[in-house]
Design a protein around this ligand. Structure first.
Ligand SMILES: [Zn+2]
Length: 331
């Protein structure tokens, strides 16, 4: 721990002394009840995501795993629906197995929302990319920063362009086969360039950005878990896809830096934050849409405890260099 180094953090993101003591009590006790409620084990992950394709319901392969009573009604999100491509919106059997609502996984406690501190931004866009060689998945959760409510989501599977078909099949099998969503990936993935065009339409519809005004987001910011997504991966993918890095990707909030300065302890990743906050994981870890939902839940929790979300990194348009705005940050 480097408590001395975090003492100069911006005061606006510090919890009250009372909250800090509550947080310490919670963080010091490992809670086996909560760990057993997690549904991130390989078996549970396979169970939660199997039969993702409405056209390929593999009944025989569904693993029957006991579900904790509190999660009895939990269903995996339909990944055709999130991309606007579900053809079974009126099919009762399909709806019994798959959820068409993302709000369900991001509920807001009204009394908790009353405790949110005034925010500098109206909306938070939680983004968690998947794909190391090329981007494979681009999920965004839009949260109202003040009310913490889920507003909308954008989700696309992304088809690499600089990879031969054989390698792509192996890559997708390795990445998404274990979640049972490789079929939906192949059915829906589109090139990154098209993803960004559709994302820009989505941002315009949500009044977050205007193409004519050419630039930054309007009172909104991306929230990522680490700097990799927007510092490294998006610029790399833009080069591969031969497009100029859009201005709206030039600044972001690294939730790990906010977490460090708010709670005064460092978390190396989403799983650490959730473990420390005693929050169960929803869905499958490393499935982008589920990770972005879980990060959004961490953000909601931090807001409810008094954190202020603010920009932690900015890229200079002239040089391309990234400046980090917090003195104490996760490196
Ligand atoms: Zn569906």
């Amino acid at each position: 721990m480097t408590l001395a180094r975090v003492s100069q953090s911006p005061p606006s993101v510090l919890p009250s002394p009372l909250l800090q003591s509550i947080i310490r009590i919670f963080s010091s006790s490992a809670c086996p009840i909560h760990s057993s409620r997690r549904i991130s084990s390989p078996v549970a992950a396979a169970f939660s995501q199997v039969s993702q394709s409405p056209h390929d319901v593999r009944e025989g392969h569904v693993m029957v795993a006991p579900r904790p009573s509190s999660r009895r009604h939990w269903k995996p999100t339909c990944l055709y629906y999130t991309q606007g491509k579900c053809t079974m919106v009126n099919d009762a059997t399909h709806l019994e197995k798959f959820s068409h609502s993302l709000t369900i996984d991001l509920p807001v406690n009204v009394s908790a929302a009353d405790k949110v501190k005034p925010q500098k931004l109206d909306y938070l866009l939680i983004l968690d990319l998947e794909g190391k060689v090329e981007i494979l998945e681009f999920p965004v959760m839009m949260i109202d920063a003040q009310s913490m409510e889920f507003i909308d989501s954008f989700h696309r599977f992304v088809r690499p362009t600089a990879m031969n078909e054989q390698r792509l099949r192996e890559y997708i099998e390795g990445k998404y086969g274990k979640f049972g969503v490789d079929r939906v990936w192949h059915d829906t993935a589109i090139p990154f360039k098209q993803v960004l065009q559709e994302f820009e339409d989505w941002m315009e519809n949500n009044n977050l950005w205007k193409k004519k005004q050419g630039g930054s987001l309007k009172s909104a910011a991306f929230v990522t878990c680490g700097n990799w997504d927007l510092k490294t991966k998006v610029p790399e993918q833009c080069k591969v896809s031969k497009i100029k890095l859009p201005t709206y990707f030039m600044e972001w909030i690294n939730v790990k830096d906010i977490y460090l300065n708010f709670y005064r302890r460092r978390a190396t990743g989403m799983m650490t934050m959730m473990r420390e906050l005693q929050m169960p994981i929803v869905g499958s870890h490393h499935l982008g849409i589920d990770d972005s939902k879980n990060i959004a839940r961490v953000v909601q929790r931090m807001l409810a405890e008094g954190a202020v979300m603010q920009i932690t990194a900015k890229r200079q348009s002239s040089t391309g260099d990234v400046n980090f705005l917090f003195k104490d940050r996760i490196r």
